[in-house]
Design a protein around this ligand. Structure first.
Ligand SMILES: *Cc1c(COP(=O)(O)O)cnc(C)c1O
Length: 736
């Protein structure tokens, strides 16, 4: 991109004065605010650096939040700073690019391939959206997936409105105390530091939705954010008129008990549909990203009955045809279940209007409609309210069909109507700028338009191996300095001796094979698998010729004691002289930490207990940047690994006995490290390059980057789910 960047040309052109344009300070300031107000900037590293150049130190301190940064500037000071840094032409350039991008509707992929959605847009519901570290309305993988989904929908021009909740305290900040124990800290988000505004109705009035329960009503205001061409609506119960307790309802993600949970989900599903209605938006498709929003179709049924005078059953059939449901986990705790009392308290008034009995409503959330002992399950509701459902990888598809087979007792397993669309990641958000420049130099012009197709990525094989290796190593050094900065800060906060702080400042070694592990510390992910046999690990990490170092990060859910023990175990290895220099733990895993890790590691380690990792996406981010995956054959890796594009741990089988599985997987992990990963990495040619390793990097990029991109994922959703749900004919059904 940089080679064609006219702003660069202007910058170096002779005769352009210090100010370079006719802009007044206020006009310049307004353009910066406009850039900050559309989250389009989050996937344009050139715009990051523009903001960073305004004040590099504050930029970092403010969590890369441009609105917060701009709040610290007056137009005059901004203009001064822009002159000093010669930013005027860059600001103008990216401002124009943003305007062009948001105005463009006709020359997009969807305009050509999904025109039916033009008048029947998609409403995409998700309990969380992970767009950037400065927008704290996500906790982990599900949210980041939703964020990547809407960014790719924007890029492809798919008409889509996103609906979620606004969490004023987001998820928690993680700090480890001197014992390595996780402390959680909740911070109120400063509203004026968010690129967020009130959503408005046709008359320009802010919108408040109301939802009756048996126990009083709930109110929610509606905020909106711009994510490229997509609008994201976030419902927020912190409004006058709500009971004080209800004002806190949406303050935290996944906090509280089941009563709080059902109330959040009522606001998301029913409130979300009402918010769209209030804005005059008439979706043709409702996509429920996980069961949290599965109340939404009930409200859509109510509207059909009210508007068109239909009976419940008829309206339900119609609405189910419009509804797409995605299930995200085979782990039982990942499926919300509610007692009948809670369901009646919260859905009772809606049920009255639907004209169905309490038993009928409950039966929609039960596998066996007549089993009164079965609690109401949001996943079951989602499956029953939708004609099209999918899992998030091929393997997860098999598992989900088996898991929910009882819902269709008359069908054999292969005919269970749950397909799969494997998750993918938004390439521009996760691809390092340095790597992007390398690709821009070697791939055909405009290659990013085809980033969800195999063609463009084949050109990785034309790249000079030395250049690819150097670029990767430059990114690795950036990661290591990030790690040092973070762990030094951690030691300082815990007021550790100066010698420890000094050691942190010099931790890790760029020439050493570096393995990363960053994810939620759910126990099924087995973060401690690599620590099963500490003597064997010691020998591996401290081999004098071929050493290895590990970088760990991740949060445990606040109520997950076993997860917190795992963290403690790993974090405290720094007190063990054998591991002090070889294992580090970075606190507060979030999008920022993840981005640094996936862009800089040599190897990404993934050790879930098969088949519990539905997909996983962090390893897909690693692929884009030239890192290699070392993973159990679970989730996406089970269909991605081909023997030459990364490493597999074990043969992809599980023993009936869990402890036995864990033992075998740990042994397989050490074996593959000793026999494949380490020798391949350290085998060097006369130029000091590892030829077989670089070949694997290229194989990984060419075979995986397009397949596990969110562009490919959103194209699949559009062609196999959205278009048929909108009543159109898909041109590409056989891909499923
Ligand atoms: C990508 C991402 C995840 C998802 O990681 P998994 O591979 O699914 O465990 C979780 N958290 C953050 C912050 C991410 O960016």
């Amino acid at each position: 991109m940089t080679k064609k960047d006219p702003a660069q040309a202007v910058k170096s052109a002779p005769g352009i004065g210090q100010y370079g344009s006719e802009l007044t300070p206020q006009m310049l300031y307004d353009k910066c605010v406009a850039l900050a107000r559309n989250l389009w900037w989050t996937w344009h590293p050139e715009v990051h650096s523009l903001f960073r150049d305004l004040d590099p130190i504050r930029w970092r301190q403010l969590d890369h939040n441009p609105m917060a940064l701009l709040h610290e500037f007056t137009p005059e000071r901004l203009s001064h700073r822009a002159a000093e840094m010669i930013l005027h032409s860059r600001i103008n350039y990216y401002y124009r690019r943003l305007k062009e991008y948001t105005a463009e509707r006709r020359r997009t992929w969807a305009a050509e391939h999904a025109s039916v959605l033009g008048s029947m847009p998609v409403a995409y519901f998700s309990a969380e959206f992970g767009i950037h570290e400065s927008v704290p309305v996500y906790s982990g993988g599900l949210g980041v997936l939703a964020g990547d989904h809407i960014k790719s929908a924007s890029g492809l021009g798919v008409p889509l409105f996103a609906v979620g909740l606004f969490y004023s305290q987001g998820y928690f900040k993680q700090k480890l105390n001197e014992h390595g124990w996780q402390d959680e800290e909740y911070i109120n988000t400063e509203l004026e530091h968010l690129s967020m505004e009130a959503a408005r109705d046709a008359q320009g009035n802010p919108i408040t939705v109301q939802i009756e329960t048996r126990n009083g009503s709930l109110l929610a205001q509606v905020h909106q954010m711009h994510v490229g061409r997509v609008r994201l609506f976030l419902l927020d119960t912190d409004v006058d008129g709500n009971h004080p307790e209800d004002r806190q309802l949406t303050s935290r993600l996944y906090g509280g008990d089941t009563r709080l949970r059902i109330r959040q989900e009522l606001v998301l599903g029913v409130g979300g549909v009402r918010a769209l209605r209030a804005m005059g938006i008439q979706p043709g498709v409702f996509h429920l990203n996980e069961g949290h929003s599965a109340f939404a179709p009930l409200e859509v049924v109510r509207l059909r009955m009210q508007d068109d005078g239909w009976e419940f059953d008829e309206a339900l059939r119609f609405v189910a045809r419009q509804t797409v449901f995605t299930t995200h986990t085979p782990v039982p705790a990942g499926h919300d279940r509610f007692d009948p009392g809670l369901v009646e308290e919260h859905l009772g008034p809606l049920r009255d209007q639907l004209g169905i009995t309490g038993e009928h409503l409950l039966s929609l959330g039960r596998v066996d409609p007549h089993n009164e002992g079965e609690t109401f399950c949001m996943t079951v509701l989602g499956l029953k309210m939708s004609r099209r459902a999918n899992a998030v990888s091929q393997l997860h598809g098999h598992i989900s069909r088996r898991m929910w087979a009882h819902l269709w007792p008359w069908k054999v397993e292969d005919e269970i109507p749950i397909g799969h669309i494997t998750n993918g990641v938004h390439v521009p958000s996760w691809l390092a700028w340095q790597m992007r420049q390398l690709y821009d130099r070697h791939f055909p012009d405009g290659w990013t338009r085809g980033m969800g197709l195999p063609g463009a990525w084949q050109h990785i094989h034309d790249v000079d191996p030395g250049e690819l290796w150097e670029t990767h190593n430059a990114l690795k050094i950036l990661l290591l300095s990030f790690v040092r900065r973070r762990i030094t800060r951690q030691c300082r906060r815990r007021q550790e001796p100066e010698a420890v702080v000094e050691a942190a400042r010099n931790a890790l070694e760029p020439s050493i094979l570096t393995i990363g592990f960053g994810r939620r510390f759910a126990t099924y992910k087995r973060a401690d698998l690599v620590f099963t046999d500490l003597d064997r690990l010691d020998a591996i990490l401290n081999n004098p010729e071929r050493p290895v170092q590990l970088v760990f990060a991740g949060k445990a859910h606040p109520r997950d004691e076993p997860g917190k023990h795992l963290i403690q175990h790993i974090a405290n290895l720094r007190h063990d002289p054998r591991f002090r220099d070889r294992v580090v733990y970075i606190e507060d895993y979030d999008i920022n930490v993840c981005r640094h890790m996936v862009q800089g590691v040599d190897v990404w380690l993934n050790t879930p207990r098969r088949p519990l990792e539905a997909s996983g996406t962090s390893g897909q981010k690693v692929v884009l940047n030239g890192g290699l995956n070392l993973s159990i054959l679970d989730g996406w890796w089970a269909e991605a690994y081909d023997g030459s594009n990364g490493f597999a741990i074990g043969p992809g089988r599980s023993h009936r006995d869990q402890a036995e599985t864990d033992r075998r997987d740990a042994a397989a992990l050490y074996d593959v490290l000793e026999d494949q990963v380490i020798p391949t990495y350290y085998q060097r040619d006369v130029d000091g390059l590892p030829p077989r390793w670089i070949q694997m990097m290229m194989n990984s990029i060419s075979s995986l980057a397009w397949r596990f991109s969110a562009h490919r994922m959103v194209m699949d959703y559009t062609q196999t789910m959205y278009i048929p749900a909108a009543g159109g004919l898909s041109c590409d059904m056989e891909r499923r």
